[in-house]
Design a protein around this ligand. Structure first.
Ligand code: ZN
Length: 648
């Protein structure tokens, strides 16, 4: 489909606004981007995958103030949540841009200044509907009420018409250049239906765009006129160039700009398909190849929104099924351009039938036969018969179709093709009946061939699912004794029969245990506290009563002597003074402390812990220490205390 592809591939997600915590919509866009990035790496292209956060604007300023934080502090906390989710979902982004980074702010100011000098930005008067309660202009999209005024969509109050000084981008001058560009690049906006929307919008005429506000403080100041703040969209959209090295890494920028695909939700299509190319034309940058607007995820046919309280929390689903099942479901269920409906029933059914049955059972069954019949070694294949040749041929056809779909961003079609092939492999086994042939000693060569074919099919199809399910593909390759990881093998060298006989396989663990629908719903729909933005991922607490706590006899102990426990690297044997008595304890702190530096120090021990023998040494109590990355750190007191003093 691509007329010409460059040896590099640059894919972006929108930058996510930090007044929100990550939800399934963010996860969806980012998973699509990750699958495309992983596939393009297999294709041998240099890939740059950019995601990040949009951190400016009045909503952030206000949300932070409500929590008693500075806007940047609020952003820092939300960024942790996004990065944590991307780690759990195996998102392989190359850079996470934040619009509060210096190089971004400088880049935006530089471009602003250039456009100002060229006359594409000018100072004028903005007239708009202003919400006094929120001190904010309403979006232009808010419709006029019949009575001739607008209602603020955030608070429901009546807005007033106000004027303020503002800088404008001369969008009206770009109507014809944009129409010419769309005509020459009909694939610029995908899917096609959205291209048509954009063209008809632009044909109706374009008004100049107000791109600064005086009422907003939290943002990038206009260079030379700091009473004006650059408005969120002009700031945010430029992340795609600043994040790719504009004005700070020339080599990076040369290699990757223009972007191959901006993935976006359809709600922000106008900004990306009209404003963005116009900004780029004005600044003299080449234009991105594709803006891909994906659909919404609906929950049981209803659009998810915070106000409806039906937003799915991807981390709860992840805890239940792992990253790959979620990645698979979201990419398989609907074509990238259309809306999808999430139902727990649909989700569980997909996992059980496609992943547990079709894929998981195939791997389990085949490898178990290799273990049982060939002692866990991939057998040297006997003669190739017609059904074997057919299977290999079908794989080659499948692979080329799958690659074409991946190239065309048709991820659900790629997965459909792979599943057709998996079912073909299941049918091959059912037809060849290796479990029957295993009972005929004279047919051992045939048995070897069938199992060899089946392992080849598993290896090949798991390579094809790697962009969507990287963890699963790696596990399967690991089971079959492949030394390489699928992500390291270029698709140009991947071949069906590239499997070495004699390789040892390992006992496969269940890849996708079947899910019980009722249990699943119970786990993912647990009532939650309101979406409080916590500084760290929440830790589950089991409370104990004060009575239970009081049972612990915590005392100040002073170290009299310390030595290593022979034959161990971590353990120290300590003689301690507990005031009324002397004792010996064993502590796993030798990674952090030399025996001699502890002598004379005081810390807390649990004195009434049941004595234990550790590595042959008796321990009559336990000291308290924090453990980070396997290393213990002992909390010491900031003054000397009498040994035996009670801690409570
Ligand atoms: Zn309002």
């Amino acid at each position: 489909m691509e007329e010409k592809s460059k040896p590099s591939f640059y894919v972006t997600t929108p930058i996510y606004y930090v007044n929100d915590v990550p939800h399934i919509g963010h996860a969806y866009t980012t998973i699509i981007a990750d699958a495309l990035a992983r596939y393009q790496r297999l294709s041998g292209r240099r890939v740059y995958f950019l995601t990040g956060t949009d951190e400016h604007g009045q909503k952030i300023e206000r949300a932070a103030a409500e929590k008693g934080l500075k806007p940047k502090e609020l952003a820092d906390r939300v960024v942790v949540r996004f990065k944590e989710l991307w780690r759990k979902l195996n998102i392989s982004y190359d850079y996470f841009i934040r619009t509060t980074e210096d190089f971004h702010e400088r880049g935006v100011q530089k471009i602003f200044k250039q456009l100002l000098d060229r006359g594409d930005i000018y100072k004028g008067t903005y007239q708009g509907w202003y919400c006094v309660s929120e001190e904010n202009f309403l979006s232009e999209d808010v419709p006029l009420e019949a009575e001739g005024y607008k209602i603020c969509p955030d608070c429901g109050r009546r807005a007033t018409l106000l004027e303020e000084e503002s800088y404008f981008f001369r969008l009206s001058a770009y109507q014809q250049p944009l129409l010419d560009f769309y005509a020459a690049n009909p694939g610029f906006v995908r899917p096609q239906s959205r291209m048509n929307e954009v063209v008809s919008f632009v044909r109706q005429g374009l008004k100049d765009l107000s791109i600064t506000r005086t009422s907003v403080r939290w943002g990038i100041p206009v260079p030379g006129d700091p009473g004006h703040t650059i408005y969120v969209w002009f700031d945010a959209l430029h992340n795609y160039v600043t994040g790719a090295g504009y004005d700070w890494n020339q080599e990076l920028f040369q290699t990757f700009w223009p972007a191959d695909v901006h993935l976006i939700g359809k709600d922000i299509l106008r900004f990306h398909a009209i404003f963005w190319p116009a900004f780029l034309m004005a600044a003299g940058f080449p234009l991105p190849r594709t803006v891909f607007g994906h659909g919404w995820w609906l929950k049981d046919e209803t659009k998810m929104s915070k106000s409806k309280g039906n937003v799915l929390d991807p981390s709860l689903i992840l805890e239940q099924v792992g990253p790959d099942a979620l990645r698979y479901f979201l990419l398989r269920e609907v074509p990238v351009g259309l809306d999808g409906s999430f139902s727990h029933e649909g989700f569980v059914q997909r996992i059980n039938s496609d992943l547990a049955n079709d894929l998981g059972n195939l791997v389990q069954r085949t490898l178990t036969m290799v273990l049982n019949y060939f002692d866990g070694e991939i057998p040297s294949p006997g003669e190739e018969t017609e059904p074997d040749r057919q299977l290999a041929k079908r794989f080659a056809e499948t692979a080329s179709r799958v690659y074409a779909y991946y190239d065309d961003y048709a991820l659900n079609r790629a997965l459909e093709e792979i599943w057709v092939f998996l079912n073909l492999t299941n049918k091959y086994l059912a037809d060849q009946e290796p479990w029957k042939i295993a009972r005929q000693p004279e047919a051992r060569n045939r048995l070897a061939r069938i199992l060899y074919q089946a392992v080849c099919a598993i290896r090949g199809s798991s390579y094809l699912i790697y962009p969507v399910m990287p963890e699963t593909a790696e596990k399967i390759w690991n089971f079959i004794g492949e030394k390489a990881k699928p992500g390291q093998v270029s698709k140009s060298v991947l071949a069906f029969y590239d499997l070495a006989a004699g390789t040892r396989i390992s006992k496969p663990e269940a890849l996708f245990p079947r899910i019980d629908l009722r249990e699943f719903i119970g786990e993912v729909e647990k009532p939650k506290a309101p979406s409080e933005i916590a500084p760290k991922p929440e830790v589950k607490m089991d409370y104990i009563t004060y009575e239970e706590f009081k049972k612990m006899d915590l005392r100040v102990a002073r170290v009299l002597a310390a030595e290593r426990v022979p034959g161990t690297s971590k353990l120290l044997k300590l003689q301690i003074d507990l005031g009324t008595e002397k004792r010996q304890i064993v502590a796993g702190v030798a990674d952090t402390y030399q025996p001699e530096e502890l002598v004379g120090k005081e810390f807390i021990v649990i004195a009434n812990l049941q004595p234990a023998v550790i590595r042959g040494v008796e321990s009559q109590g336990m000291l308290l220490a924090a453990e980070v990355d396997g290393k213990a750190t002992i909390p010491f007191f900031d003054r000397e205390l009498p040994p035996g003093a009670k801690v409570k």
